[in-house]
Design a protein around this ligand. Structure first.
Ligand SMILES: *Cc1c(COP(=O)(O)O)cnc(C)c1O
Length: 240
């Protein structure tokens, strides 16, 4: 199947999950995870109407952002329109890789410690809007997994929200693969409860409105559990 028809089928899948959960389809954003796929694949998705893309690997992401900008400018000259794309960094971040992220991405979902957040804030160029961030939470305590512990999330969120060049928008999780819908849903509900508690516990400069959870395999459970953004790669671009 083409990327266009996969995207079409996926939007229907998300809309159905929303309807079944009694939610508006407009309440769930689709982030297309284009890691390992080339600029051509992203262009096809853009032509099918997709605007937000997620990348895991910094160098690969930066190259694709440049390729899409060049494509977009050429389109612009040809047709007088240039779709504004949004780039989300969703992969693990080392502190020596923060600069290209701060300089090229619009969002980062994988902030899990203060040092990374401080570097992103310091390195965010003045001519760009602030970087939008989510804290990655290790909701199920998976061993050697990235993410702040749920008990530390509020303290980290307050420190991150106070940084001048970042805007804290919410939380992100990558739970362990679950054997069935109910097990997946229970973990997503725990994340949603933490998100709700966080929203209510502090006067945030910008309301926390983003709960980034759900991938190709578990997006129905994530939507039922209260996700506001699903990150989907395989179901759009195919296997990696
Ligand atoms: C790869 C990846 C995804 C997409 O996973 P699929 O199973 O291909 O949909 C989502 N989130 C993160 C953090 C990823 O690394």
């Amino acid at each position: 199947m083409s990327i266009t028809s996969q995207l079409d089928a996926l939007r229907k899948r998300i809309d159905k999950a929303c309807t079944q959960a009694g939610r508006s389809p407009a309440s769930v954003t689709l982030l297309a995870v284009s890691k390992t796929f080339g600029a051509d694949a992203v262009i096809e998705a853009v032509q099918a109407g997709q605007r937000a893309f997620g990348e895991n690997y910094v160098q690969e992401g930066v190259e694709k952002i440049a390729a899409l900008r060049a494509w977009s400018q050429a389109q612009n000259q040809a047709a007088g329109l240039s779709p504004a794309l949004q780039w989300h960094c969703i992969g693990p971040l080392q502190s020596n890789k923060t600069r290209p992220v701060a300089e090229h991405f619009d969002w980062v979902h994988s902030v899990d410690r203060l040092k990374i957040a401080q570097r992103l804030s310091e390195q965010r160029p003045a001519h760009l809007p602030p970087l939008q961030v989510c804290l990655q939470v290790n909701i199920d305590g998976g061993a050697n997994k990235a993410g702040v512990a749920p008990a530390q999330a509020l303290a980290l969120a307050q420190e991150v929200a106070a940084l001048p060049r970042l805007v804290l928008r919410g939380l992100m999780t990558i739970p362990e693969p679950a054997p069935d819908f109910e097990t997946a849903l229970a973990v997503h509900r725990r994340t949603r409860a933490l998100f709700d508690a966080l929203q209510a516990s502090h006067a945030w400069p910008v309301p926390l409105d983003t709960l980034s959870m759900g991938m190709s395999a578990d997006l129905e459970a994530a939507v039922a559990g209260g996700s506001t953004l699903v990150r989907v790669g395989t179901a759009i671009f195919g296997g990696r």
